[in-house]
Design a protein around this ligand. Structure first.
Ligand code: ADP
Ligand code: MG
Length: 273
């Protein structure tokens, strides 16, 4: 005698209550196959749970990507390492897995002139870390400083800093463009001090440390900030000419080559003609 089937409507209600939408979507098809092929009950349960977990992981990564504000086009796949021969691809790939440096709250510093690819590379590392399950926030330094300053004015700075703790990595883009206003830059110092040895920062800047006197309100604070940032850090000096300028002149050169090649060919045809 076969046991009566479970009421499908009640099943749907319970799956909804338990927030198991993937199982809710998949179970009719899976149950049918299971009945037809005579699966063990554990196999059916296992298969449904695995799908729910996989979907959940996918949704989590999508949420992390959306909250990160990373430019979706700036990835490792679109980054041309041959343009920055001084940057070791192997080293970047090691950072992109996250493992050892995020765990100890270490820092990555990307220096170089405008257009060198600092923001792109920072973003690309961010995307890879999100793929690896970490939480990342990409922000222009000036924007974050303004937000933290507003938080300080309403006496919310500690809770604003605590909220940023959920990010394994904050990418501070364009540090040297931070405003010089005394109070604003000291919130930047507080962020650095707060995350030191706990939560990672990746900083891009046009100028290496020697040019940082303008970033913080006084030399003592500059030294204290740099001291914390370099303590556990990876530094990439990307001293190359602007990518845009180089690719523009490459295009121009290849056009020139092409048109001189065309002339050449034309000359050859004329000769045979
Ligand atoms: P920076 O932040 O150093 O001023 P960006 O990262 O904004 O420079 O780079 C400027 C532009 O050039 C961006 O569109 C970026 O995607 C592109 N770019 C820079 N370097 C590379 C590279 N090595 N490979 C591919 N695109 C690059
Ligand atoms: Mg940039």
């Amino acid at each position: 005698m076969s046991t009566p089937a479970y009421d499908a409507g009640r099943l749907a209600l319970m799956l909804n209550e338990l927030r198991l939408p993937t199982i809710g979507r998949l179970w009719p098809e899976f149950a049918e196959r299971s009945d037809k092929e005579g699966w063990q009950a554990t196999r059916l349960i296992g298969a449904l749970l695995e799908h729910e977990l996989a979907e959940r992981a996918k949704r989590r990564i999508e949420r992390h990507r959306a909250e990160s504000h990373l430019d979706p086009t700036k990835t490792l796949a679109t980054f041309d390492f041959s343009m920055v021969p001084m940057v070791s691809k192997a080293h970047v790939m090691a950072l992109a897995t996250g493992d050892s440096w995020l765990e100890k709250g270490a820092t990555a510093l990307l220096f170089g002139p405008p257009g060198a690819g600092k923001s792109h590379l920072g973003c690309a590392i961010g995307h890879a870390l999100i793929d690896a399950g970490y939480r990342v926030l990409f922000t222009r330094t000036s924007e974050l400083v303004q937000k933290l300053q507003a938080a300080r004015q309403s006496l919310q700075l500690p809770s604003a800093l605590a909220k940023l703790d959920r990010f394994d990595l904050i990418i501070l883009d364009d540090l040297s463009y931070a405003r010089k206003d005394q109070a604003e830059t000291s919130v930047l110092f507080e962020l650095i001090a707060e995350r030191y040895e706990r939560r990672s920062l990746l900083i891009t800047a046009n100028q290496p440390f020697s040019g940082w006197n303008d970033v913080f309100p006084d030399p003592g604070m500059t030294v204290a900030a740099i001291d914390r940032l370099v303590h556990h850090s990876t530094i990439f000096e990307m001293n190359v000419e602007s990518y845009r300028r180089r690719t523009a002149s490459d295009k121009q050169n290849s056009r020139r080559r092409q048109s001189s090649g065309d002339n050449h060919q034309q000359g050859a045809t004329t000769m045979t003609g």
